[in-house]
Design a protein around this ligand. Structure first.
Ligand code: ZN
Ligand code: ZN
Length: 147
């Protein structure tokens, strides 16, 4: 990760008047360095060594604060735990059916489908979700080893 990105995020935090506790800083930094879209539990496990007094609830609370100021996105897929994403630029996700890994990919935002949906239904469209599913390279290779 470029450090500039983290500094920019820290500036956004400061600008929003949110207190930057060491834990909040660590949660944000971890998320910005991670490309795996971790759950709150993953983040907790990664940071508990550094912050022995921190609870999962604290991690959740920090994630909620970061989400509210737009630094973090919460992803919900099915009934699995929410995943968190510090990449707030427009992108889509592809999800592995075997291991649940979520990978970013970029594709021009499907604006046309939103206007079409508005036209044909009369709804006021706010956003859309699109996920692609498949088997990741790792899982495909593991399968081949087993066979
Ligand atoms: Zn996989
Ligand atoms: Zn993402």
């Amino acid at each position: 990760m470029e450090n500039g990105k983290l500094h920019h995020a820290i500036d956004t935090l400061k600008g929003s008047g949110v207190r930057i506790t060491p834990q909040r800083h660590a949660v944000l930094e971890f998320l910005m360095n991670s490309e795996t879209h971790p759950t709150a539990d993953d983040i907790y496990k990664a940071l508990e060594g550094k912050f022995p007094n921190m609870s999962v609830a604290t991690v959740y609370n920090n994630l909620r604060v970061l989400r509210e100021i737009g630094l973090v996105r919460e992803l919900t897929y099915g009934d699995a735990s929410s995943r968190f994403d510090a990449n707030t630029t427009e992108h889509y996700h592809i999800i592995c059916n075997s291991c649940g890994k979520i990978v970013d990919f970029h594709y021009p935002v499907l604006d046309e489908i939103e206007s079409l949906a508005e036209q044909v239904t009369g709804f006021n469209v706010t956003h859309h979700r699109m996920e692609i599913y498949g088997t990741c390279q790792n899982c495909r290779e593991q399968k081949m080893v087993k066979q």
